[in-house]
Ligand binder design. Sequence first.
Ligand code: ADP
Ligand code: ZN
Length: 444
Amino acid sequence: MGIWNAEYECMDREKLMKLQGERLRDTVRRVYDNVSYYRNKMEEKGVKPGDIKSVDELVKLPFTYKQDLRETYPYGFFAVPMDQVVRIHASTGTTGKRTVVGYTAMDIDTWAELIARCLTAAGADKTSFVHVAYGYGLFTGGLGVHYGAEKIGATVIPVSGGNTKRQIEIMKDFGSTILTCTPSYALYLAETMKEMGIDPRKDLHLKSGVFGAEPWTEEMRKEIEAQMGIMAIDIYGLSEIIGPGVAIECEYQDGMHIQEYHFIVEIIDPETEEPLPPGTDGELVFTCITKEALPLIRYRTRDICRLNDAKCKCGRTQIRMGKITGRSDDMLIIRGVNVYPSQIESVLLELGLASPYYQLVVDRVGTLDSLEVQVEMTPEMFSDQVRQIEKTEQKIRSSIESTLGLSCKVRLLEPKSIERSEGKAKRVIDKRVYSEKCSDINKK
Ligand code: ADP
Ligand code: ZN
């Protein structure tokens, strides 16, 4: 696989740190002058822009929380006048009110450059047909990938999300070679191909997929790769930082290289807010150092993973982030045990006893939390006359229970009973939230 911009992607680390320091200094000056949130916070902490001279001094700066963006909705964090903003996007709003983000012409250019690097890492070049099944619109996925693919000179097929059969016909007729969408949608596409009698290895030209925007496990990767006969590459990003393209896996599929010339990364303990060393699980925090419209400082992503600073065989020198094990917002606390949907996904796919479509239903009966894992049967299981449903449910249950140390119920559902998503999959139905809200209402 090629490297789009070796000058930055393979930069000597000492030189990189120095450049990061310079960019950080400029950015801090800009946000102090233009964003009242940062000026106030820095004054509270007694920090002046001149105090920040290198990356080591980053810890003196205040954090930015999603809530801060919500409180200054929509444009309160913009560091340039609106006449310089050429594009608005918004986060999906997976965990609450959506946050609004803006780009100057230079930011759009930076973003395209980052995506060009990502797609190249996944094997794209100007002969590629990049099939964009991420949604176009306020969501950053569609247009984000689009501009990067054009920058490479690839042929973009801007399908956007939805209309799954049509997606597959287009892949076949137009010769898509690189598929970009969420991993859950990739799986749905694979399922639909099967139903349409299309063998992706024979009938399609797909070589790789660039999948992100939601957590997915190694087991899920194997599943997608096996079903489609492609290499599945993980891409990470979030609207607040720029959108997709903050980090990308290389062909070694062992962690995502973070675009460090543009973003300084930290991992912190989400409780104590203390920085943690590479190899330790914690919350990702990013500082934008080349953005114009929305240069966030120490943005708390709520995403949990670990960093790996070992040298990578691909030649890129940028530090790698491991797979996101979950968002701290997604973490369920069930009878005092912390549970991420991804843990259950791993168990389910490893067992291979049912389909990869699942959903977690959490409820509270009296004062006791309950967890029900609903998994779809495969069509083969369903048509099997001697259905060993109970036995399979028990096997899955005991495996989940021994992994999580938490008792649960497992229910096998008919194929297709869990809603397929065109974007981010909904893995959790937490009825406790609802019953708590109700009891609040009852109190009033
Ligand atoms: P929202 O936070 O409302 O979903 P975005 O559409 O900006 O808004 O999505 C960004 C979030 O998506 C990230 O913070 C992260 O939780 C998730 N995400 C993006 N890419 C990945 C990935 N490759 N693996 C896991 N999670 C991801
Ligand atoms: Zn690499």
